[in-house]
Design a protein around this ligand. Structure first.
Ligand SMILES: N[C@@H](CCC(=O)N[C@@H](CS)C(=O)NCC(=O)O)C(=O)O
Length: 225
């Protein structure tokens, strides 16, 4: 299988963490693809995913898969039931499954808001103030919610929800470097720090291979040292 991939993308990283957690590295070839959120979409991506977004999983003789949630289901299904890895990452049923899916929604939603806020901010006009205020408020509310969930995250087996949340926090570190989010969310920060040494996270650390300008400093600063 081939994955339309970028080392800068938090959603691609989510898929790659799963690939490592499931031991599927040898079955996936990563193909660098540049997603462009402004102007003409990259035709290499739209040929496979009309939404113009990555990740996209290309399978021999089968339709391409997108988005990261669908790819996650497909990868987990590749691992035999008896092995336990898939079930560990996303339980097959019940409240434990809903918890992982809800955490995935929180993590993916935070990543979406971080990406969209930055796209708005880097637009020609510098961004619509009302739209940017809305993204900012939703990012702050989501981090507060995650801080309240930090103990539950720590108690649950490492799963799809944790992966999505850690990718969102990685995006915060990548593009909102001066936010100081850890000081205002100590339990979330402690949980994230404990996960940071997992081989799947180390192997997939976000990298800016294009070396583009950092862009504007975003209006997200938490006080408290
Ligand atoms: N819901 C999608 C989101 C994917 C997404 O937003 N990917 C970004 C890169 S991190 C992208 O391709 N952006 C290009 C665009 O928005 O046109 C998923 O989970 O895969």
């Amino acid at each position: 299988m081939r994955l339309l991939w970028s080392p800068r993308s938090p959603f691609v990283r989510k898929v790659m963490i799963l690939v490592y957690e499931l031991g599927l590295q040898d079955r996936i070839d990563c193909v660098r693809a540049v997603a462009v959120p402004r102007g003409a979409p990259n035709p290499v991506i739209t040929a496979e995913n009309p939404l113009g977004k990555i990740p996209v999983l290309l399978r021999d003789g089968l339709p391409p898969l997108y988005d990261s949630r669908v790819i996650a289901e497909a990868l987990i299904a590749l691992v035999p039931d008896g092995d336990g890895d898939g079930e560990r990452l996303l339980p097959a049923s019940g409240e434990a499954r809903l918890t992982q899916l809800r955490w995935q929604a929180l993590g993916d939603g935070l990543t979406d808001n971080l990406l969209l806020w930055r796209i708005e901010r880097t637009g020609a006009s510098g961004g619509d103030p009302g739209t940017m205020a809305s993204y900012r408020a939703k990012v702050i509310a989501t981090l507060a919610a995650l801080e309240r969930e930090a103990d539950a995250l720590a108690e649950a087996p490492f799963g799809l929800g944790a992966i999505a949340i850690l990718c969102a926090l990685g995006q915060l570190d990548f593009r909102y470097r001066t936010s100081g989010w850890r000081s205002a969310h100590p339990r979330l920060a402690a949980w994230a720090a404990r996960q940071a040494t997992r081989p799947s996270l180390v192997a997939t650390a976000v990298q800016d291979d294009i070396g583009s300008d950092e862009g504007p400093v975003m209006d997200l600063v938490f006080g408290g040292g």
